[in-house]
Structure formats: structure tokens, C-alpha cells
Design a protein around this ligand. Structure first.
Ligand code: LHQ
Length: 262
């Protein structure tokens, strides 16, 4: 599949996706969803050990392309649920299920589903001029793309409700202060910071990181007992991995480990 609305590369274990409809602030139409789906399938099937998601131009993503359907008074009603179940739900679930760290480099405004796609990534870094807007309330909608799940877990109900009911712009700095994202960096350092993280993860023990992310996401719905069982099962599996042997051997031999992601 060739891409018109995204850029994709996979080199040296690093998959990179750039949303690429800058004139529309990288908002999503169906074609972009399908291209992203294909790129995620290639990321899963290839030798990627980390994925970096970012946007082209001055924005990260303004959510759904609002110009792609007719909502005039005489037009037939639209089934937004269909769009959600066909495109956004599988996208969020596949980002979560990717067996590698997913870095989102938020290079500008992230609004509506764009904000929540960013928040579905494992490590979110943002340029100082970037912002997060739960724009849905201005359209009479609820936060989607996992927003109502992620927001209260990341920042608590008070802030989740304030963000979702008011739809105000939250600066990258405030997002970092609130623990909504990992880090805010100067705009001119964003690409460099994302690269540094990507290179780090491309030589990390990928299986261990994949099970770590799964365990942390599972914890929200688990009791302590259940979560202790998740940890036991993960360690059991990882104890048989080559990277675990390599990590321990490298420590004992006082040398840098060489992890293969196996
Ligand atoms: C856009 C968009 C956009 C099209 C900027 N669409 N063109 C899921 C399922 C199904 C349906 C409904 O929704 C959903 C989930 C959602 O994501 S709903 C939420 C959708 N997103 C929004 O409500 C955000 C709309 N955009 C904005 O509020 C502003 O554009 C923000 C605050 C993001 C940025 O403001 P500015 O920096 O002032 O830029 P701008 O508004 O001038 O936008 C630049 C261009 O991008 C402009 O086009 P133009 O031809 O006039 O230069 C906008 O029309 C276009 N654009 N967002 N979502």
C-alpha cells in the first residue's frame, strides 16, 4: 500500500509514522485511518522495537476531519458510532497492544480524538508550544478515542471533568505538571528528544518492555492479588528469554548488555 496521508519508515528497529495532512492540522479522514492501520500492521510484522508517532507541520492532530460529512439540516443523520467502532476503537486498541514502546512526539495542537490518540501512546513528549484540547464538548459530543478512560486515570476526576466539560486548551507545560504526559521539551529539541528515546528503545529488551506496558495498563482493572499474578506470569515468561540471560550476564561480566529483543 502506498501512502498519501501519512509518512512511514522502518529502519534499525525504529518505526516512524508522521500524520501528514498539515493543511487540515492532520485531522483524520478514512483514508488516513486505513493508511495508519496498514503502517501499524507493518510495524507489528517487521523488525520494529519501538514506534514513534508525530505530526507534520504546525499541529499534531485535530481529531476527526469535520469537513468529511454533511451535517446540514436537511442531510440524513450520521452514525458516528460506526466511525468510532470501525476506525478509532481498533486504532487505540492496536496502539495499546503493540508489543513495543510507542512514543508520541506532540509537535503542536492535539485536539479531539487527536489528543486522545496521543494519550493512548506509552511515552508522550510534547513541544513547549503544543497543547491538548478535549474539543468534543464544543460539538455536543463525548471525549472518544479512549479519552474518558485515559483522562481520569492520568489526572483524576476533577481535572478530567474540567478538561472534558470546558474544552479549554491545556499547555504542554501544564500537561507535564499534571502528569498527563511524560515530558515537555523546547520545540527545537522535540525531534532530538524523540530520536534519543527511540534509539534507546531500539536496543532495549523489547519483550520485557512489552509485558511491562501490558502489566501497567492491566493494573487499573485488577486487584492487588490479580496484579501480583500478572507480574508472576510475566516474570515466568521473561525468565526464559534471551534478553534476560543477556542482562544478567552483562551485569555479572561488568559490560554493556546487547539486547536483541528476544
Ligand atoms: C480542520 C480541523 C478538523 C477539518 C482544523 N477538521 N479541518 C470522531 C468520530 C466521528 C465524528 C466526530 O468526531 C470524532 C472525534 C473528534 O475528533 S471530534 C473533535 C474534532 N476536532 C475538533 O473539534 C477540533 C477542530 N479544530 C479546532 O478547534 C482548531 O482548528 C484548533 C484549536 C485545533 C487549532 O486552531 P488554529 O491553530 O487556530 O487553526 P485553524 O482552526 O485555523 O485550523 C487550520 C486549518 O485546519 C483550518 O483550515 P483553513 O482552510 O481555514 O486554513 C481548519 O479548518 C483546519 N482544521 N481542525 N478537525
Amino acid at each position: 500500500m502506498s501512502y498519501e496521508h501519512i509518512l512511514f519508515s522502518l529502519e534499525n528497529g525504529i518505526a516512524r509514522v508522521t500524520l501528514n495532512r498539515p493543511d487540515k492540522l492532520n485531522s483524520f479522514n478514512e483514508a488516513m485511518h486505513l493508511e495508519l492501520r496498514d503502517a501499524l500492521a507493518k510495524t507489528r510484522a517487521g523488525k520494529a522495537r519501538v514506534l514513534v508517532l508525530t505530526g507534520a507541520g504546525r499541529g499534531f492532530c485535530a481529531g476527526q476531519d469535520l469537513s468529511d460529512r454533511n451535517v446540514s439540516a436537511g442531510a440524513s443523520p450520521v452514525d458516528l458510532g460506526h466511525t468510532i467502532e470501525t476506525f478509532y476503537t481498533p486504532l487505540i486498541l492496536s496502539l495499546r497492544a503493540l508489543e513495543m514502546p510507542v512514543i508520541c512526539a506532540v509537535n503542536g495542537v492535539a485536539a479531539g480524538a487527536g489528543a486522545n490518540i496521543a494519550l493512548a501512546c506509552d511515552i508522550v513528549i510534547a513541544g513547549r508550544s503544543a497543547s491538548f484540547i478535549q474539543a468534543f464538548c464544543k460539538l455536543g459530543l463525548v471525549p472518544d478515542a479512549g479519552g474518558t478512560w485515559a483522562l481520569p486515570r492520568l489526572v483524576g476526576n476533577a481535572r478530567a471533568l474540567g478538561l472534558a466539560l470546558l474544552g479549554d486548551k491545556l499547555s504542554a507545560e501544564q500537561a507535564e505538571n499534571w502528569g498527563l504526559i511524560w515530558k515537555c521539551v523546547d520545540d527545537d529539541k522535540l525531534a532530538e528528544e524523540a530520536d534519543k528515546l527511540a534509539k534507546h528503545f531500539s536496543t532495549a529488551p523489547t519483550k520485557g518492555l512489552a509485558l511491562t506496558k501490558q502489566a501497567i495498563y492491566a493494573s487499573g482493572g485488577n486487584t492487588l492479588e490479580q496484579q501480583l499474578a500478572v507480574e508472576r506470569d510475566s516474570q515466568r515468561q521473561l525468565g526464559a528469554s534471551k534478553d534476560y540471560r543477556e542482562g544478567v550476564s552483562a551485569f555479572m561480566e561488568k559490560r554493556a548488555p546487547s539486547f536483541k529483543g528476544e
